[in-house]
Design a protein around this ligand. Sequence first.
Ligand SMILES: Nc1nc2c(ncn2[C@@H]2O[C@H](COP(=O)(O)OP(=O)(O)OP(=O)(O)O)[C@@H](O)[C@H]2O)c(=O)[nH]1
Ligand SMILES: [Mg+2]
Length: 435
Amino acid sequence: MQRSRNGRTRTSPDGQRPRGRARQRAFLVAAVRDGDGDHLAELRELLLTAGVATVGELTQRRDNPHPNTYLGPGKLEELGAELARADANLIACDDELSPRQERNLESALGIPVIDRTAIILDIFASHAHSAEGKVQVELAQLEYNLARMRGLWSHLERLGGGIGTRGPGETQIETDRRLARDRIAALRRKLAGVRSSRSVMRAERERAHLPQIALAGYTNAGKSTLLNALTGAHASVGDRLFQTLDPTTRVLRAGGRDYLVTDTVGFIRKLPHQLVDAFGATLEETRLADLILHVVDASVEEEELAAMTGAVQDVLTEIGAVEAHQILVLAKADRIGPDRRAELERRHADGVLVSAMTGEGIEELVGRIEAEFARTLQDVELLIPYEEGSRLAELHALAGDLERDERPEGVHITARLPAAAAARYERFALDGAAR
Ligand SMILES: Nc1nc2c(ncn2[C@@H]2O[C@H](COP(=O)(O)OP(=O)(O)OP(=O)(O)O)[C@@H](O)[C@H]2O)c(=O)[nH]1
Ligand SMILES: [Mg+2]
């Protein structure tokens, strides 16, 4: 796909062409269960991010996509007629297609077909910067392609082993599959290597004792901007989907205590499972957090906001991040008028309205974060041996305020720690007898 960064001008969904002629002009299709609402808004955004213009749209109401052609035969015919009128040279489908559906659509319509997963993978590929990010994306892409090759293979197999089915075609597919599998195995090893590298381990150890906060939310919700506002970090911000792929962690200092805040990859409705797998380590940051700041763009309409928060909860459940407490952060407050404000207060009374632009609500949010951890504060008595001296600085950062008393066997500490942190210091805890 072309990677030019288009502006945010939207092509009209009625088939009108954008001014100037984009190289790739997609006709968007979706089979949807209920016909209400703008189902293709997100696909349009994804394509825009990938540098593709939208020249037409078609949705069909169906309980399930047609197993052979995704759309039903009638709609397919209608689509065929509209394609020429809209001057489309690409069909973009809002769901992941089976290899069979993709093949059939292409031969019925005579232009290339691309599905939602391939589009998202393409965006990830162009936004991956770190070595790890690149490996993760390549892995996801290979898995997607391998499935397609497998599909092609079983299709040939069904031809029944007669003349022509044992020829070079089969050998080629077998070879490609084997090469893809070898490469997948190599990438998996490489990823495992990256993760166990010493620097990562050290960073993780040092980090393990501070309360962990993860920013989670839809892509483009304003997570990186919020991280910057909270911690003065310089995370990359951009008005395009999936700006951030690599996790960034910064320290937030509040009420004399330190917290670690991690910004990571954004979520989206129907996040391709290949990506959820490949980005396992990245999403781990969210899974292991003590507190999740669920950031949502409050400047969108209520219906869309509900769909976005639902999609985020789905991904959180999928990756197993179900135990951490959450704070709902309603971002981009500077963009909303008084009516919407009142509606938000009514519907999301538990949320904190913030604007990273004007600073509104940031202090309140920090207060809420402190309160979340304060809720779990517990008194601990620890004995830190002198060889573990580095823990002392950590404890100061954690507790803000603590009492220390140097004894022959180590430093005796009395402090109030958030439960999550206290658990990590269990091995230094003094039992009654030693006090
Ligand atoms: N007006 C306004 N715009 C904001 C605010 N916060 C973020 N934005 C804009 O929203 C867009 C997305 O912000 P990011 O911080 O990159 O969003 P993100 O959630 O990190 O997005 P991904 O990294 O793609 O998941 C950018 O153009 C920001 O400038 C805000 O409080 N007010
Ligand atoms: Mg970001």
